[in-house]
Design a protein around this ligand. Structure first.
Ligand code: SAH
Length: 340
């Protein structure tokens, strides 16, 4: 039996039509599962007994259980049991909105040197239902609605492109979760062909690029993917996305002490980004017990920030949330598997 959340509305329409039901039944089912959040198809009051029987026979309505939950004042990190895999997501309560950071894979194969997720190799891709289900599960668990989704948890979203796209469709569809595409951000380590494909999609989902270095020499040491898609190609793909969508791209830049945080690096980064519709988000590194890297000193972060500003590059320093609760990508899952 498969999860109903695996289907986009178009897919459900064709399943229903080919089984003798009406196209508009798909809208009724979507509204039942996404708007009313029914836990049984029998609770969708406006559909026929036959359709209920068909759905009960072929589909489940799957929510996940919470294995572990760590809370600080403004951030809660969850470890979910998703079909016997452990998956992380993080809820951040800002005063203007609730943001949920979700995962796309179990583990990750990108192997970034500083990242905890990559220490645990990819076990498998999450399905569309498992990506969508993270949002539905947390909303139910906390009895809230999420206004922003950031796809920055464990995994490389563009290494699971088809399921990602289906999930985005269910998030943005007005009959589905109904979150505007401008309130969703996908973060990638820079899989160039997929950035281009993503740019061609309908809708205006935001793009964030984990750049983390101003040149190939430094980036090669931090991110193996740079050998396949060096910075120049990533920049061209960013230009393409901007041309297609006219949306501003976020450049993520982790500040690593003595590695990429000099004023020289800031100047190099400014030259690289000059004139582009981007802004830089400086991320104070969350050091982990097994990491060889250290977070940049505060004064160096400030100097780096000032240098970008002086060069007319828009820049913010990421507000730190969840540091005390193992907020770094992959930390909670890694800890859990260690303990086990
Ligand atoms: N694979 C995607 C999304 C997951 S990683 C990507 O690379 O963008 C989400 C972000 O967290 C990335 O920018 C990643 O580089 C960053 N990150 C990973 N480990 C971190 C740590 N210990 N401290 C701060 N940021 C980290």
């Amino acid at each position: 039996m498969s999860s109903i959340f695996d289907l986009t509305i178009n897919e459900l329409e064709s399943v229903l039509v080919s089984n003798g039901f009406k196209k508009f039944n798909a809208t009724q089912v979507f509204e039942g599962i996404y708007k009313k959040r029914v836990s049984s198809f029998n609770d969708i009051s406006n559909i026929s007994k036959e359709l209920k029987e068909f759905l009960n026979k072929n589909y489940s309505i799957e929510y996940f259980s919470v294995i572990d939950k760590l809370t600080s004042s403004d951030t809660t990190k969850y470890l979910l049991n998703i079909n016997n895999e452990q998956v992380e997501c993080v809820l951040m309560l800002h005063n203007y909105a609730n943001s949920l950071c979700i995962s796309t894979q179990v583990g990750c194969n990108m192997g970034c040197a500083f990242c905890e997720s990559g220490k645990l190799k990819k076990v498998r891709n999450l399905t569309c239902a498992e990506i969508v289900g993270q949002v539905l599960t947390i909303e139910k668990e906390e009895n809230i609605r999420v206004q922003n989704i950031v796809i920055m948890g464990i995994g490389e979203p563009f290494d699971n492109f088809d399921n990602l796209c289906k999930a985005l469709s269910n998030f943005t569809n007005s009959k589905g979760v109904n979150i505007g595409s401008r309130h969703i951000t996908v973060s990638t380590c820079g899989l160039v062909p997929k950035i281009r494909e993503f740019s061609n999609l309908e809708g205006q989902v935001n793009l964030a690029i984990s750049l983390h270095a101003p040149n190939d020499e430094v980036r090669n040491k931090l991110m193996p993917i740079n050998k396949a898609y060096p910075i120049k190609e990533v920049m061209e793909a960013i230009d393409y996305y901007i041309e297609k969508t006219n949306r501003r791209v976020t450049i993520e830049y982790i500040m690593l002490d003595g590695i990429n945080d000099s004023v020289e690096s800031a100047k190099e980064l400014s030259n690289l980004l000059k004139g582009k519709l981007v802004y830089v988000n400086l991320i104070p590194y969350n050091s982990t017990s097994s990491s060889e890297f250290n977070r940049s000193k505060k004064e160096n972060i400030m100097k780096f920030y000032d240098t970008l500003k002086k060069n007319n590059i828009e820049v913010t320093i990421r507000k730190e949330m969840g540091k005390d609760i193992k907020g770094a990508c992959g930390q909670l899952r890694a800890n859990y598997l260690d303990i086990k």
